[in-house]
Design a protein around this ligand. Structure first.
Ligand SMILES: *Cc1c(COP(=O)(O)O)cnc(C)c1O
Length: 395
């Protein structure tokens, strides 16, 4: 059985016995459905909502502007909050063991909101550990939001902190090398500065960083949470105080999640534990076979497991990408089908080549996201692709 999840529900209203992760995955965010005579969650596409009580709305908007607390009572306007999206937020918070979660239009919109919250407090300095997802690296390095970044190794975090440091940012396992960090030790090094752990690769099924000292847990929900390659989203799981700041930034800057995406994410969460375990079993088996293959120089597979495998080929990595037939040659990850891509060309292309290599992202590295196919079919495809020579006209 999964470890039980014990924490306050976001609205503080429920005090049920702790439920296992697999149970939460299916039921969280749906607790009121039976009361409404429903089985599937309703999708509320309204952008605005009628109200005959302007005075009451004024008071509610004043309260939101002060605390950013999720609006109680009927919704007001789509950018302030949506009931379908709120179901997903409630469910993800329960899975991550946090008080709240705030959803955004993409993982990058979620990270942007976190940086804006800190910049608004005058804390523009970020300490970060490479590798990060390529665009997260780029957002910080290019200073697109006026932030300044100090790159360090995990042991150097405490020394890198400054009075204006607003955030420490890490990924574990990291994209694309699957390098792992001791999150408790990292959190210790952060002192009172909020630690953001990008938990996209591990998902709450394998790791719940909030329990190890992370104040903020970020997901590109586009990946495993959605799980079917058909929804783009981001989410930050955190305490209610920080969630209030994120909601205010989301309201003012508009990076909201569409209700249909919220519905698909809630649906995705129900099968998350099953999908992650099945895909992880495939990934572990592929990692084992790759590690014993003479065409492969090095295999990266995390100790905590997971459905991602990275490996450095001795031959031409482009030929492998060009040679797969069952596996989808595409960026992104976490879908039901297996995906492969070349980080130096795609996911981490925006990172300066020297920085990229310095972070362990070799030009021969391939990143594979294992799906739910039969592992023998996957291996047959990979085996053939590894053996082929480059054929530029093939695709
Ligand atoms: C994809 C990804 C992101 C960015 O998320 P989007 O939904 O594409 O904006 C951030 N972090 C990690 C680890 C990712 O893999």
């Amino acid at each position: 059985m999964d470890p039980a999840i014990t924490h306050a529900s976001p609205d503080g209203a429920r005090a049920t016995a702790p439920r296992a992760l697999a149970t939460e995955a299916v039921h969280a965010g749906r607790d009121d459905l039976a009361r409404h005579g429903l089985h599937a969650p309703p999708i509320d596409l309204s952008t605005t909502y009628p109200s005959y009580d302007s005075r009451g709305e004024a008071a509610r908007l004043d309260a939101f502007a002060t605390t950013g607390a999720a609006l109680q009572g009927p919704p007001v306007y789509g950018r302030l909050g949506n009931p379908t999206v709120a179901r997903f937020e409630t469910a993800l918070a329960r899975l991550e063991g946090t008080e709240a979660a705030v959803a955004f239009a993409s993982g990058m919109a979620a990270l942007t909101a976190v940086l804006l919250v800190r910049a608004a407090a005058g804390l523009r300095h970020v300490v970060a550990v490479r590798p990060l997802y390529g665009c997260s690296d780029h957002l910080l390095t290019a200073g697109l939001l006026g932030s300044e970044v100090t790159w360090t190794d995990p042991a150097g975090i405490a020394d890198a902190l400054r009075p204006d440091t607003g955030l420490v940012l890490v990924e574990s396992p990291a994209n694309p090398t699957l390098a792992e960090l001791d999150l408790r030790a990292v959190a210790h090094g952060c002192g009172s500065v909020p630690l953001l752990v990008d938990n996209t690769f591990a998902t709450p099924v394998l790791q719940r960083p909030a329990g190890q000292g992370a104040r903020l847990v970020l997901h590109s929900a586009t990946k495993y949470l959605g799980g079917h390659g058909d929804v783009m989203a981001g989410v930050v799981a955190c305490d209610e105080e920080f969630a209030g700041r994120l909601r205010r930034v989301r309201f003012a800057t508009g990076g909201v999640l569409h209700p249909l995406a919220g519905y698909l994410l809630l649906r995705g969460l129900a099968t998350l534990p099953v999908r992650v375990r099945a895909a992880s079993a495939n990934a572990a088996e592929l990692a084992r076979r790759l590690a014993g293959d003479p065409r492969v120089a090095r295999v990266h597979y995390p100790r905590i497991g997971g459905a991602m495998v990275s490996f450095e080929v001795r031959g031409d990595p482009h030929a492998v990408v060009g040679g797969v037939r069952l596996i989808t040659p595409a960026v992104s990850l976490g879908s039901v089908d297996t995906l492969i891509q070349h980080p130096a060309s795609i996911s981490h292309r925006v990172v300066d080549a020297d920085d990229r290599r310095g972070a362990g992202v070799s030009d021969r590295l391939l990143r594979l996201s294992a799906g739910l196919e039969d592992v023998e079919d996957l291996w047959a495809d990979l085996d053939r692709a590894l053996g082929e020579r480059p054929a530029p006209t093939r695709r």
